[in-house]
Design a protein around this ligand. Sequence first.
Ligand code: SF4
Length: 372
Amino acid sequence: MKAIYIHIPFCSHICSYCDFYKMVAKDELKSKYIDYLIKELEMKKKYLNDIETIYIGGGTPSSLSLEKIEKLLQALNENINMEKITEFTFEANPTDVNTIMANTLFKYGVNRISLGVQSLNKNKLKTLNRYHTPLIVKQAIKILNSAGIKNINADLIYGISPETFRIVRRDLRRVIRYGVTHISTYSLIIEEKTLIGKWIKEKKFIPMEEDKEAKIYQKICRYLRNRKFVHYEVSNFCKKGYQSKHNLVYWNNMNYLAIGAGASFYIDNIRYTNVMNLALYFEGIDSEQLNYLETTKLTDDERMAEEMILGLRKLEGVNKKAFSDKFGVNIYQKYPFLSDLILKSLIIDDNVFIRVPREKLYLMNEVLVNFI
Ligand code: SF4
């Protein structure tokens, strides 16, 4: 087990597009949650020996008070051999970042921050129900860098009509100038139960057409590649050497651990998701029998499909020999339709890897649907 994810389901406000497991909560509930997270961590101690990457995400981990953040970091330092940790990410809202927080994170081994920037455009941020300014983002990065945390990811969203690539380009240009090492850029996914979903029903928001969104995506890829960002996963770009080690554990379909309400983990071909209800989560930990929303043992077919769906998201693709070594079957025998996809130029076989060519990345879903 090389990776652990820690879920903090609290936010100080709710964004209009968000469908994650999160809530706005009182301080006492947050304190209780941190205590139970630590109990869950201790319950899973036998899995912690070889951990190399830690990711604290949410929700908004930075919305916790400094005292609570420190309590959690201390527990992680006590239960995990920090000398083995190569990447320790903490998700933060730019408005929450201050010098004391940055110094505390660095002191406990955090070496990567994922900033929820989404955009620096005022109108776009208003639609997303997020309220920071370019200056706040710039200062947050400066503070983190001064504290010693140099590896900074910016999450960005595109596809919010009526935007054009010009607006996205301005965001990209600015975050690069501020010194980010990694950019994750996702198109707006419309979820029914969100505020944006409601606006669509009321005809107050018009989703962007797919082909316009695909054009913006292609321009983003070109823009970042021209600025020497390595495009290593369909939505992820980084400066050389800054690939996210933690996320690569997911994309390489490896085992990973997670703690927290609503968190999912994958051990020995079984996918577990902790219950998304705090009362039941606390109850499960008290009885030392965790309450799950889901425990699914994957069949061999499902494991192979996951390997393809996750692996093809990486620009390098899926290693054919590693696939046959892992599953005992030749990739073409298992998926004869790969030959058709090659004929259609949706897949390339370079003898070692099978992958989606750069110029067809915008058609990724068309490729992946074959494995479902
Ligand atoms: S997008 Fe992030 S910050 Fe916004 S509500 Fe969802 S989890 Fe919270």
